[in-house]
Design a binder for this molecule. Structure first.
Ligand SMILES: Nc1ncnc2c1ncn2[C@@H]1O[C@H](COP(=O)(O)OP(=O)(O)O)[C@@H](O)[C@H]1O
Ligand SMILES: [Mg+2]
Length: 283
């Protein structure tokens, strides 16, 4: 999936015209796990709605597997390959049972009986919910976290190769967040590319292998997490945090500890800090 020189303007030619994206160049490859971060209003939601054809660039182009979107690939075809999950997707649940809700898109595509049933079962498995326990329950009897997983399963049932999520953990408690991350990690290991918009740098540090920072409609950084967080003061300047684990390392470095930072996940930072402390005790 590729965006080339994409610029997008809301309400062009009106007094309310607003350029939300400027000259975006971006390639998402099979198997990627990308976090898209940026302050409120930086254009994150606008960007991801381009990825499945909901918005069309004012100028510039998108292509999918080398074919131009809107020319060689229809938005409908694109939507089959790229699943987009909006913020608070559980607000769109409406069927009487979890199974019917997850199967809704499939039936609309003309699939029937056994094919729908097996895809629904598989989608529930992918989000970590037990079919026997959940399939016949009303979505409205579930916890907020479970409802969100069901909404994600409804998109997974279409078997997208790319999954794009807008703030998938917002409003969930710690357990709900962990369930979403487990699900995304599992999907990514199965080869589904993930692009998620998020506010939480701590979450990003644990899972994403690449971070794209958007500010005022432009991509300002696009790199591996440990390289992104080396720009700590720049990030703070545009209103973003850095992960607590990375911050700990920077503070210890100021105190003279020599700590390598090859990854910003908590586990890896603990290993690096332990090694540095041992080294100091030995001397
Ligand atoms: N439907 C719309 N009409 C006009 N302007 C919009 C619309 N949606 C978003 N915007 C503006 O575009 C900019 C980017 O918005 P958005 O993509 O929602 O940012 P983010 O998701 O990063 O918070 C903001 O200035 C916002 O006010
Ligand atoms: Mg948004």
């Amino acid at each position: 999936m590729e965006m080339a020189n994409v610029t997008f303007e809301y309400l062009p030619g009106t007094p309310l015209a607003h350029t939300a994206l400027t000259d975006i160049n971006l390639t998402i490859s099979e198997g990627d796990f990308i976090a898209l971060v940026g302050p409120t209003g930086s254009g994150k939601s606008t960007l991801i709605q381009h990825l499945n054809g909901l918005l069309t660039p004012t100028s510039g182009s998108l292509s999918f597997r080398g074919r131009r979107v809107g020319v060689d690939v229809s938005p409908l075809e694109l939507r089959r390959e790229i699943g987009l999950i909006f913020q608070f997707p559980e607000s769109q649940l409406f069927e009487h049972t979890v199974a019917d809700d997850i199967g809704f898109g499939l039936r609309r595509q003309g699939l029937t009986g056994p094919e729908v049933a097996s895809r629904v079962e598989n989608a529930l498995l992918q989000v970590g919910l037990d079919y026997a326990h959940y399939a016949q329950r009303s979505p409205f009897s579930l916890s907020g976290g479970e409802q969100r997983l069901v909404a994600i399963a409804g998109v997974l049932a279409m078997r997208p190769r790319f999954l794009v999520l807008d703030e998938p953990t917002s409003g969930l408690d710690a357990r709900g967040k962990a369930a979403i991350f487990d699900c995304l990690d599992r999907l990514n290991s199965d080869g589904v590319a993930i692009l998620m918009v998020t506010h939480s740098m701590d979450e990003v540090a644990e899972s994403a292998r690449r971070i794209i920072v958007l500010n005022e409609g432009k991509i300002v950084l696009d790199d591996k997490p440990e390289r992104i967080f080396a720009h700590a003061s720049f990030l703070r300047g545009i209103g973003l945090d850095i992960p607590k684990a990375a911050e700990l390392v920077y503070k210890l470095r100021e105190k003279g500890f020599e700590i390598e930072l090859d990854s910003v996940s908590v586990r890896s930072v603990v290993d690096s800090v332990a090694a540095a402390v041992k080294e100091r005790c030995a001397n």
